[in-house]
Design a protein around this ligand. Structure first.
Ligand SMILES: NC(=O)c1ccc[n+]([C@@H]2O[C@H](COP(=O)([O-])OP(=O)(O)OC[C@H]3O[C@@H](n4cnc5c(N)ncnc54)[C@H](O)[C@@H]3O)[C@@H](O)[C@H]2O)c1
Length: 422
């Protein structure tokens, strides 16, 4: 029996097309690993619950885990990123889904709880909400060892788990899949960079000649800066980390504090994992230029102070799907993307499938690794083994028809030794 609550089951045919389109661009996750998993069944008897952006790419991850023998449960990791056609199609394929676009905070946690009630053995989270809920409300799953280990998909989730571990509150083995090279060097940098461009393009806004302020110069934000510059924008970076700020400066961007950047910005995009990148004060709001576009790509909707902007605005008018015009008391208008939530996922379709192929190949292989190593995993932050990261890299290169060199024994000994010098 399939357990589910989705928006509209009649969208299944459309969802199948979306899954098919993604599948063809995900040769590692949806072909190489899926074929092997279908033969070897490494996840037989295992229940996996994913709290992820339920997109066509995540749908393909779920299908691969199911092919490997797992019972799969899915819920959304953001109220606005679920693709309702995809959820309908997944239900028809026997995947348990509790997700719909636009759910409330209360419904969001209800969906998480429905997945946890299935007593999953592995949790794959994106932002930590499911694993934190398991710690707070489903302690038995942890104490009894039902949950063997967990996998985290994004930077914000990893940071929350590091904080939990520091306070002695992380009770399960946790793999920060986000930190693997095949994840954050491609998904965060390329995916987010391209995603925001496609989101803003949907508004028919020209980047060329605009001042585009990017807050942060980390994995996502440096990718966003690069794409915005490529389209001819004058990019200004704001940072709090001196080294990242130097990197931005030497990459040729203007670097300045946010308070100085606000009055010159035509577009402001945040991806910091921090809160209140623009301080939630009238003084800061009044610095904004008339017509400025505000978009966030960080995990939560508090980087741009959405709640306070709504409170300050005299009028709020939807002008396109997921774009609102906020008019301030002095008549100034600002354009808020996606209610301050992940703009690339809400206004566009999220990262391109080619990119998610690597992230989800890692997630698939890590689930297999957890099952194989279940008796030796200890609670706390662990690391994705380098050979799994490398394997995904090799599989992706192979799928793209790219060959690379291999170290000779002499070269290997040289770079791992100290004897040879001047
Ligand atoms: N939209 C997406 O599809 C997507 C994809 C991956 C990650 N994310 C999310 O994006 C966020 C950033 O992830 P990342 O991997 O780039 O993290 P990162 O740690 O690599 O980069 C964050 C950068 O922001 C800087 N920063 C922190 N607070 C700041 C502030 N107040 N002002 C200016 N800069 C500040 C940090 O110094 C750091 O350099 C996280 O919330 C992550 O979960 C979103």
């Amino acid at each position: 029996m399939v357990n589910y609550k989705v928006a509209d089951e009649s969208l299944a045919e459309k969802g199948k097309e979306a899954l098919y389109i993604a599948e063809n661009k995900m040769p590692v996750t949806a072909k190489v690993l899926r074929d092997r998993f279908a033969k070897e069944k490494p996840l037989e008897g295992i229940t996996i619950a994913g709290c992820l952006h339920v997109t066509k790419e995540t749908g393909n991850l779920a299908r691969t885990l199911k092919a490997g023998g797992a019972e799969v449960y899915l819920c959304g990791s953001n109220p606005l990123s679920t693709q309702d056609d995809v959820t309908a199609a997944l239900v028809q394929e026997g995947i348990n889904v509790f997700a719909w676009h636009g759910n409330t905070d209360e419904e969001f946690y209800w969906c998480i709880r429905e997945c946890l009630k299935a007593k999953p053995n592995i949790l794959i989270d994106d932002g930590a909400d499911m694993i934190v809920t398991a710690h707070q409300e489903f302690e038995d799953l942890i104490k009894s060892g039902t949950i063997i280990a967990c996998q985290e998909e994004t930077t914000t989730g990893v940071k929350r788990f590091r904080a939990m571990e520091k306070q002695g509150k992380l009770k399960i083995p946790l793999f920060p899949v986000n930190d693997a090279r095949c994840k954050n060097q491609f998904d965060n940098e390329l995916g987010t960079g391209q995603g925001i461009v496609s989101a803003i393009y949907g508004m028919h806004i020209l980047f060329a000649g605009k001042v585009c302020v990017i807050s942060g110069y980390g994995h996502c934000s440096s990718g966003m800066a690069l794409r915005a510059r490529g389209l001819g924008a004058n990019v200004v970076v704001t940072e709090v980390d001196p080294i990242k700020a130097l990197q931005a400066k030497f990459a040729g961007y203007q670097v300045m504090p946010i308070a100085e950047a606000l009055p010159i910005a035509d577009i402001i995009l945040t991806a910091t994992g921090c809160k209140h990148v623009i301080a939630p004060t009238k003084e800061m709001f009044n610095k904004l230029k008339d017509g400025v576009i505000l978009g966030n790509l960080g995990h939560f909707d508090i980087e741009i102070p959405t709640k306070e902007l709504y409170e300050y605005a005299k009028w709020i008018k939807p002008i396109r799907s997921n774009v609102e015009e906020l008019t301030f008391p002095d008549g100034k208008r600002v354009y808020l993307l996606a209610k301050g939530r992940l703009a690339n996922l809400v206004l566009s379709e999220g990262h391109p499938s080619e990119i998610m192929d690597m992230s989800f190949a890692l997630q698939s292989l890590m689930s297999e690794y957890i099952v194989k190593n279940k008796d030796s995993l200890k609670p706390g932050m662990l690391e994705v083994p380098t050979d799994i990261d490398d394997k995904v890299g090799f599989l992706k290169l192979k799928a793209m028809g790219v060959e690379i060199d291999t170290l000779t024994t002499e070269q290997y000994n040289y770079i791992h030794g100290y004897e040879e010098g001047t």
